[in-house]
Write a protein that binds this ligand. Structure first.
Ligand code: ADP
Ligand code: MG
Length: 697
């Protein structure tokens, strides 16, 4: 890198700084005011901003602009228009109006809507979200937008997130007033998403149809060495990887993404990038952007970046640890235990709100991490289990126990002064680490670890925000009558005691990977939805619908539509995987094995002519013949099951069939193939094996 980091940082972002330097003072002020107060932007201001943006973007080499949005497909969408406008004498000038900045009208008919958009009104529109940043990339000005149907129903992932941020803010502001925070006018949820990924050689990738079409290997015997030596986690970076990461950092920094941490992860060929946290809104956009950049930078190094949750069976899958907290506009982190007893009281109450919320809406948290890809990861022995529970750490747990039992909290190592009415204060750095918990307190934030590596983080954050908005508003209702009275503190304590009595079951500080936990969780009555088809039907449960309606996150129609889209996506994913397997089996694996059997048989015949017994060839030919017969039966069966699945008209039964029947047969087929692969000579196996793919970079 020739230039310093501060020099390149955010050079391609239309940041506050740039805006301030390029807009007339009063326009900048009006703009900031409207954004901060969530008001509608007037057209004169919009025109000013659009023009300044265009001039800046053109200087950066942009010729086009695009509204950039996050439809329910799971990837981002863009449609580029040039700034070009005809001028007199056949000439052209570059123009960009406030109207084009604020609103776009892409044809919505090809995006999934779950039946929200009638065919007669295919139109949807995109609306600029000025709380995120515009940026220049590959010759275009990118404008972050939300995507709605013409009748105002949400068709994207960002709208519910923005709605939930507003809901959380208004609940939290009211709640904080009770604790003397009169100056807080806005509470923002924050997120830092640790992104895991695999890197493999492009040459290997190109030879694997399964990776190309589905993002994961559908066949492949486990290599002799997996991750059992624990020699990859935090290991020194091999030159090719280091080169990739350096390049990646530079590209992310230019886009204003605070890429902070990089290291090797647990599985061979697995790595992680973690940015510094920011608002959930910007964090979501930046994570989507980061994933795109990761893939593109990899290609420059002749590598492929795999973002799938489980590219390789038998080694760890990839997740996206979603670090979540709430920040006030006067600079408090609401999950930071404070220095004063009153701050501690506020913190502990918020903690109780989370305990109650996660217990009551564990299903929603599970749903927010549900996808066909993530099903291979959740509940596998390296990832969080599919059961949602909370980890608080021993110390904090003991503090809560003391509250529950009206006792005084003491530890040997430190003396604790008694705070408000016998509420203990406690050290801030009191968290130990538990890597097996899906929802862990890590000192000043919660880390939600179920999210899949390829998932958009808008959904988990929207659901979490909504849940907390609900609990804080309930708490406010209970505590408000006692506000500014002497009873306040004892009422808070009473509330906490009640919550802990009713919701303690969600707290689990033990080993989330153990079999005992599954049984224990069942005794506690915690839901255990082991797959997407088990979890998604609960999206529209009455209690969930109620909070979504209450805070204006989803209407019933919107939620049902979303559920449908997700279930359909599940079925389509499995269908593509099954068909890819069938194709690879018929066109590559089966012919290769039959060829080899033929060679063995020839050897048997030749040896027989000269009177030698071909014992080994004979045995291998027999064994492989048995395997190919079973393999062939499985191919035929899988094909007929896929056809049967496609006949099912109803969405949920279809998804269930794909899960119960199709996926099960896919697994059976894979086992046969992997056994075959172990016997076959390397040069006769038509696709790169696991060792070649994960130990070659
Ligand atoms: P670890 O691997 O120990 O979990 P990392 O440093 O890899 O830690 O990641 C921690 C993530 O948590 C970072 O993205 C960091 O910015 C984020 N984070 C820290 N504080 C907050 C907060 N208040 N709100 C949201 N995210 C946070
Ligand atoms: Mg982490």
């Amino acid at each position: 890198m020739n230039r310093s980091v501060p020099e390149i940082f955010a050079e391609n972002v239309f940041s506050d700084e740039v805006m301030k330097s390029r807009l007339p003072k009063n326009v900048y002020k009006t703009f900031m005011n409207t954004v901060q107060n969530g008001r509608q932007l007037d057209m004169t201001t919009a025109d000013f901003v659009a023009n300044a943006m265009k001039e800046w973007a053109v200087e950066k080499g942009a010729t086009h602009y695009t509204h950039w949005f996050q439809p329910l497909t799971g990837s981002t969408a863009e449609k580029h228009d040039s700034f070009i406008t005809p001028a007199s004498k056949g000439m052209a000038i570059m123009e960009f109006s406030g109207k084009s900045l604020v609103k776009g009208e892409p044809d919505a008919s090809s995006f999934p809507s779950g039946g929200l958009r009638q065919t007669s009104s295919a139109r949807g529109y995109t609306a600029w979200d000025p709380t995120s940043y515009c940026f220049v990339k590959e010759g275009s000005l990118y404008i972050p937008t939300v995507f709605l149907s013409y009748t105002g129903e949400t068709l994207d992932k960002k709208t519910p997130l923005l709605r939930s941020m507003d809901a959380l803010s208004s609940s939290a502001v009211k709640f904080l007033k009770l604790f003397g925070n009169e100056n807080v006018t806005r509470v923002t949820s924050t997120v830092g998403a640790e992104q895991e990924y695999f890197l493999i050689d492009k040459g290997m990738y190109d030879k694997r149809k399964d990776l190309i079409l589905t993002g994961r290997t559908l066949f492949g015997a486990k290599p002799p060495k997996g991750q059992e030596l624990d020699d990859q986690y935090f290991a020194n970076l091999r030159p090719r990887i280091a080169g990739y990461m350096a390049d990646l950092d530079e590209e992310l920094w230019k886009l204003g993404i605070y890429s902070k941490t990089k290291h090797n992860e647990v599985a061979p060929a697995q790595h992680e990038m973690a940015p510094i946290f920011t608002t959930s809104n910007l964090g979501t956009d930046q994570n989507e952007l980061a994933m795109e950049v990761m893939e593109k930078v990899a290609l420059k190094h002749n590598l492929v970046c795999l973002l799938h949750e489980k590219p390789f069976e038998g080694v760890n899958g990839s997740g996206k640890h979603n670090n979540w907290s709430m920040a006030t506009n006067d600079g408090q982190n609401l999950l930071d235990p404070g220095d004063t007893p009153m701050e501690n009281l506020q913190f502990l109450t918020i903690l109780c709100a989370l305990i109650k919320g996660i217990d009551e809406y564990a299903d929603l948290m599970r749903i927010s991490a549900s996808s066909a890809g993530n099903d291979h990861r959740l509940g596998a022995d390296e990832a969080p289990p599919a059961i949602v529970s909370m980890f608080l750490g021993e110390e904090l747990d003991a503090v809560l126990k003391a509250i529950e039992e009206d006792s005084v909290y003491k530890t040997e190592t430190r003396a604790f002064e008694i705070g408000v009415n016998a509420l203990p204060s406690f050290p801030k750095d009191s968290t130990d680490r538990n890597r097996t918990s899906p929802f862990a307190f890590t000192g000043n934030r919660f880390e939600f670890r179920m999210v899949g590596s390829s998932d958009n983080i808008a959904c988990p954050n929207a659901l979490l925000n909504t849940i907390v908005a609900e609990e804080l508003s309930q708490f406010t209702e209970i505590l408000e009558p006692f506000s500014h009275t002497e009873q306040f503190e004892s009422e808070v304590k009473k509330l906490m005691k009640n919550v802990l009595r009713d919701h303690r079951r969600i707290i689990f500080n033990g080993d989330g990977y153990s079999a005992e936990w599954v049984e224990e969780a069942e005794r506690r009555g915690l839901p255990n939805y082991s797959s997407t088809v088990d979890s998604l039907p609960h999206y529209t449960d009455e209690k969930n619908l109620r909070i979504f309606k209450k805070f204006g996150i989803y209407t019933e129609n919107e939620l049902k539509a979303r559920q449908e889209v997700l279930l359909e996506k599940y079925s389509k994913t499995i269908r593509i995987e099954a068909r890819t397997m069938i194709q690879m089996a018929r066109k590559q694996l089966l012919p290769a094995t039959l060829d080899y059997i033929h060679k063995l048989c020839e050897a048997v015949a030749v040896k027989k002519q000269i009177g030698i017994l071909a014992k080994v060839e004979q045995a291998m030919a027999e064994k492989l013949t048995d395997l190919t017969e079973a393999f062939y039966v499985s191919i035929e069966k899988l094909e007929s099951l896929v056809n049967q699945a496609c006949e099912i008209k109803e969405i949920l039964p279809q998804a269930r069939f794909f899960h119960d029947e199709v996926l099960t047969e896919m697994e059976r087929m894979r086992t046969i193939s992997d056994t075959t692969e172990r016997i076959m000579p390397s040069d006769k196996w038509p696709i790169p094996d696991y060792s070649a793919m994960i130990y070659n970079v």
